[in-house]
Design a protein around this ligand. Sequence first.
Ligand SMILES: Nc1ncnc2c1ncn2[C@@H]1O[C@H](COP(=O)(O)OP(=O)(O)OP(=O)(O)O)[C@@H](O)[C@H]1O
Ligand SMILES: [Mg+2]
Length: 269
Amino acid sequence: MARIIVVTSGKGGVGKTTTSAAISMGLALQGHRTAVVDFDIGLRNLDLIMGCERRVVYDFVNVINQEATLNQALIRDKRNENLHILPASQTRDKDALTKEGVERVLNELSETFDYIVCDSPAGIERGAHLAMYFADDAVVVTNPEVSSVRDSDRMLGLLASKSRRAELGQDPIKEYLLLTRYSPQRVKLGEMLSVEDVQEILALHLLGVIPESKAVLNASNSGTPVILDEKSDAGQAYMDVIRRYLGEHVPHRFIEQERKGLFGRLFGS
Ligand SMILES: Nc1ncnc2c1ncn2[C@@H]1O[C@H](COP(=O)(O)OP(=O)(O)OP(=O)(O)O)[C@@H](O)[C@H]1O
Ligand SMILES: [Mg+2]
């Protein structure tokens, strides 16, 4: 039985796909057989960030419509054999995903994988609803700004009431907060909410804080999940997230503004 993780948010463009790519690769790096599924029908961002867009032949909707088998559609990552990608379709038909179809695909994936990471589209429409409906865990990606926090709060309501676990009266989906694009400098200037501010509003278990980082854009331009950039701050922060998710105690980093050394204080701007 696989554990199903949905990477979700209320507001769009906060870093879900970046996070889905990073945590699925991170779990694979830790030896777990992992599938990452793109629920963002019509957009197909995940395969670009994973660097496998030219290898897409069949997609999620083809499997749901039984035009291809799961095996035909799954793309095996070239860097890590534990990781497989199920790309989204470019169809304009947002209703192409059905609850029965999604359930069948997730059940089949569950037979061979330890973790299934679902990259949700933004908002609360069908794709987003189906991405979270079958989840065991939810990573709620939030930026440190009021509109993102407010929309995350709305998403928490849906996770608690509109999931399979809620309908069957099972234990609720485990919710984790992931703060992304965090800039301690801007928090200090009062331009962004602090970690404490966000936690006070959402009252969620903090899985990690990913700093605002140029490494993310470089990584996505080269089709590499940023977690493989071990020297980068964002890559290290995502690796910490994986270790925490898997139960290790790892202190949070990248929350405080970096102190300049003596040299920096004397000569820096
Ligand atoms: N930690 C970060 N530092 C800098 N830029 C980031 C960071 N995380 C994400 N970004 C940038 O933010 C933009 C949106 O990221 P991404 O596509 O992952 O968001 P999304 O939530 O999946 O968006 P959508 O809701 O459209 O699916 C991208 O340009 C990405 O490079
Ligand atoms: Mg996305």
